[in-house]
Structure formats: C-alpha cells, structure tokens
Design a binder for this molecule. Structure first.
Ligand code: SF4
Length: 69
C-alpha cells in the first residue's frame, strides 16, 4: 500500500513514529521521513498511525500503482 503524508499539515506530533517506527521517522522537531511504500506487515500499524494522527496528515492510498513515480 502506498501512503502520502501531507507535510504541510504534519505538526511533528510523532504519534505515527511511536505506532509504526519502521515506516515513520522523525528527524529533529519537524522533519518527518517515511517510507511511502508500506510493507504488508506494517499495514495495521500504519492504519493505527493514520487514525491517531491529530491532524489527519497521513493519507492511505490502496490504488496507487506501485510503478508510478
Ligand atoms: S502523527 Fe501526524 S502530525 Fe504527527 S508526525 Fe505523524 S504525520 Fe505528523
């Protein structure tokens, strides 16, 4: 599954980092790094992170084709 984080909304609250540390990483106070191609074994964690994000910045996309860049 592909995800996008709207970094203009992200406030660096880091809930996602706690819930899915293999996908999200916070560098400093504001620089969120993430893996846009979520491995299957991380899907549940990423869904929880998306739900927990206080500003709903994590957008889940099921249909985004893997090869598109
Ligand atoms: S939980 Fe939301 S606001 Fe917080 S770092 Fe993650 S994406 Fe950004």
């Amino acid at each position: 599954m592909q995800i996008v984080v709207d970094l203009t909304r992200c406030q660096g609250y880091a809930q996602c980092v706690f819930l899915a540390p293999e996908v999200f990483e916070l560098h400093g106070e504001e620089a969120l790094l993430y893996n846009p191609a979520v491995p299957d074994d991380q899907l549940d964690r990423v869904r929880q992170a998306a739900t927990a994000c206080p500003v709903q910045a994590i957008l889940l996309g099921k249909e985004v084709s893997a090869g598109a860049r």
